[in-house]
Design a protein. Structure first.
Lengths: 178, 251
C-alpha cells in the first residue's frame, strides 16, 4: 500500500541535527571534514583506467593521485551505505519504493517519469557538485563549519535553484505528519 | 601499510555514523527535502540549521584547541555559484544529494538508486568537460583557498557568533506551528466534506433566530410543515459533521 502522507523523520529535528554535527566534529578531529562527491569521480577514474588508460594519464584532473586512490573517502561512502542500511532496518524505514509522497501528490503513480527525472537529477547533482568543489556534505556542511569563502556563492546557488525547481516540479502539497 | 588500513577503517566508521545520522535525522527522506524547498515542511531545514550551527561551533573550538584537520575548498566564486545552481536543480528535481542519495538507495528506494547511477554519469561528464570548461571558469573570481575571516577584517569569533545568531533566528522563524488546517482544505482529498461544511451552520442558525416569530402576518399555513421538517431533519443528519469540522482549524 502506497503511503499518501509524509511520515515523520525517525528523530526530532534538534536530535538529528546534533547527531550530524557531532559526526562532523568527530571527522574534523580525526581526519578531515565530511565529503562524498569526490568518490564518484574516483569510481569513474577506475572505470576509465580500464577502458582508456592513456586518457586518464594525460588528463589535467584525474591524473592526480587523489582520484586514483581508494582510501579514507571511499571507505567513508561504503560506511555511509552500511550505516544507512543498518539504521533503516532498526528504525523500520527499509521499504522497496519507486516514488515519493510529494511526487505522487502531483504526478500520481508515474514510476517511469520519476526514474527518468531521478537520473537527470543525479546527473546534474554530481556535475554541479564537482563544479562547485563539493556537494551538500563537502561544500555546504563542511564549508560553513570551516567558514570558507566558497560556501557563500554555493549556498545561494543551491537554495535559489533548488526552491525554484521544487516549486515548478512539485505543485501539489501532500499531507504532512507533524 | 598498517596505518593505511586503519585510515580506511576510520573512514568506514565515520561513514557509518554519517549514514545512520542522515537517515535518522530525515535528510535521507526525499519528501522531507522537497517539503523544505517548497517551504511547507521545515523539518529538514531545521536539521540542517542545527547541523551547521553546532558543527561550526564545534569545529571552531577544535581549531582553537589546535586539533582540527581543515580542508578548505578553493573559492572560485563563479564555479562555486554555477556548481551550486546545477546541484540545486538536481536537488529540487529529486530531493537527493550525493550523500543522501546513497543512504536512501541503501534503504530500498529504487528512484534513489537510479539517481545514484545518474551521479556516476554526471561525474563522467565532469571529467570530460573539465579540460573544456573548468580551465576557463576556474580562474574567474578566484580567491584561492580562503576563509571568510581571511578576506574580511571581521575576526572569526564575530563570524561564528553572528552566524549562530542568524541561524537561531531562522530556527525560531521556522518553528513548528501546530495547526492541523491543511488536512481537508489543501489536499482536496475529501471534496464532499469540504463542500458540505460551510452551508451547514447557516440554516441551523437562521431557523433559530427570533425574527421569524415576530412576523406574525407573514405566516401562511403551507409554510409551517416545511419549517418543521427542516428543524427536525437537518440537525440530525448534518449537525455531527458541522461542529467537528469547523472547530478543528480554531484549535
Amino acid at each position: 500500500m502506497l503511503r499518501k502522507y509524509v511520515m515523520k523523520a525517525p528523530m526530532t529535528w534538534w536530535a538529528g541535527g546534533l547527531m550530524l554535527a557531532l559526526v562532523q566534529i568527530f571527522a574534523v578531529a580525526v581526519q578531515k571534514p565530511l565529503g562524498v562527491s569526490t568518490q564518484f569521480v574516483v569510481a569513474d577514474t577506475y572505470a576509465l583506467k580500464a577502458l582508456a588508460p592513456d586518457y586518464v594519464e594525460t588528463h589535467q584532473l584525474i591524473s592526480k593521485e587523489k582520484y586514483q586512490k581508494i582510501g579514507y573517502g571511499w571507505w567513508l561512502n561504503i560506511g555511509l551505505i552500511a550505516g544507512a542500511l543498518v539504521a533503516g532496518i532498526l528504525a523500520g524505514r527499509c521499504r522497496l519504493q519507486t516514488t515519493t509522497v510529494w511526487w505522487r501528490a502531483t504526478y500520481g503513480h508515474s514510476v517511469g517519469a520519476r526514474l527518468i527525472v531521478g537520473f537527470i537529477g543525479g546527473f546534474l547533482i554530481l556535475l554541479g557538485a564537482r563544479m562547485g568543489h563539493g556537494c551538500t556534505s563537502g561544500q555546504l556542511a563542511s564549508g560553513w563549519a570551516q567558514l570558507s569563502l566558497s560556501v557563500v556563492p554555493f549556498t545561494i546557488g543551491l537554495f535559489v535553484c533548488g526552491m525554484l525547481t521544487a516549486f515548478i516540479v512539485y505543485r501539489k502539497k501532500p499531507q504532512i505528519e507533524q | 601499510m598498517v596505518s593505511e588500513v586503519n585510515t580506511d577503517l576510520l573512514g568506514f566508521f565515520v561513514g557509518g555514523l554519517f549514514g545512520a545520522a542522515l537517515l535518522l535525522s530525515g535528510l535521507a527522506l526525499p519528501d522531507k527535502i522537497i517539503g523544505t524547498l517548497r517551504l511547507k515542511d521545515f523539518h529538514a531545514f531545521r536539521v540542517i540549521g542545527v547541523f551547521l550551527i553546532v558543527g561550526m561551533l564545534g569545529v571552531w573550538f577544535l581549531d582553537m584547541a589546535g586539533i582540527a584537520h581543515f580542508s578548505i575548498k578553493g573559492a572560485n566564486l563563479l564555479s562555486n555559484l554555477i556548481g551550486g545552481a546545477l546541484l540545486g536543480i538536481g536537488f529540487g528535481l529529486t530531493g537527493y544529494c550525493p550523500g543522501t542519495g546513497l543512504a536512501a538507495a541503501a534503504t530500498g528506494r529504487l528512484d534513489a538508486l537510479v539517481t545514484v547511477v545518474g551521479m556516476f554519469f554526471g561525474a563522467l561528464a565532469f571529467i570530460f568537460l573539465y579540460p573544456v570548461i573548468m580551465e576557463r571558469i576556474e580562474p574567474l573570481y578566484n580567491y584561492g583557498k580562503v576563509t571568510l575571516d581571511d578576506v574580511t577584517v571581521v575576526p572569526r569569533a564575530v563570524w561564528v557568533w553572528g552566524l549562530v545568531v542568524v541561524g537561531t533566528l531562522l530556527l525560531w522563524l521556522t518553528r513548528p506551528r501546530h495547526a492541523p488546517a491543511p488536512k481537508p482544505y489543501e489536499t482536496g482529498e475529501h471534496p464532499g466534506q469540504t463542500a458540505a461544511v460551510p452551508p451547514v451552520e447557516q440554516p441551523v442558525q437562521t431557523s433559530l433566530t427570533p425574527p421569524m416569530e415576530l412576523t406574525v402576518e407573514e405566516k401562511p399555513l403551507p409554510q409551517e410543515p416545511l419549517a418543521q421538517e427542516f428543524e427536525q431533519e437537518m440537525p440530525e443528519d448534518e449537525k455531527p459533521f458541522g461542529p467537528d469540522e469547523t472547530e478543528e482549524p480554531l484549535m
